[in-house]
Write a protein that binds this ligand. Sequence first.
Ligand code: MG
Ligand code: ZN
Length: 179
Amino acid sequence: MFKRYVLLDRDGTIIVDKHYLHDPDEVELLPQAAEGLKRMQGMGFGLAVLTNQSGIGRGYYDKDSVLACNQRMIELLAAQGVMIDGVFFCPHEPKAGCDCRKPKPGLMQRAATELDFDPSQAFMIGDKSADIGLGRKTGATTILVRTGKGAQQEAKCGHRADHVCDDLFAAALFIESCL
Ligand SMILES: [Mg+2]
Ligand SMILES: [Zn+2]
């Protein structure tokens, strides 16, 4: 029996979406994020983050800045009892045509291989169309949160998501209702 996973977008879903974030001191958890993740963890889910970081490919910041921001997020969550099993990011700019920029399935496939889970048994949560697209493509149950760009994206992709809700705590309650 595989452990089930919740895959999460980073910017606008777990932490405040700051345009091309690259300074770890600027990392700020969204309200209810740690509470929601803790509840998912309590249901037995593993947690991993899938994030597009095209700022690297565009030359706005380097890979170390992304790693530092990821690490800061992990520490802030750990301080509230949340364990993140992995963070996977796409460093490419859109025109690179890679297979890992969401909604392409590469990041999900890497996470599934590394962490040993079945994407079709997973939940994918994010604030953008690309997150919902990735989830649908890989058979995951998709949740659009209204944090970050989510409220704006709802008209565009809310109908493609399996569920739309305000934040990660509400997402945790939805997941609970699916079990
Ligand atoms: Mg986002
Ligand atoms: Zn990529």
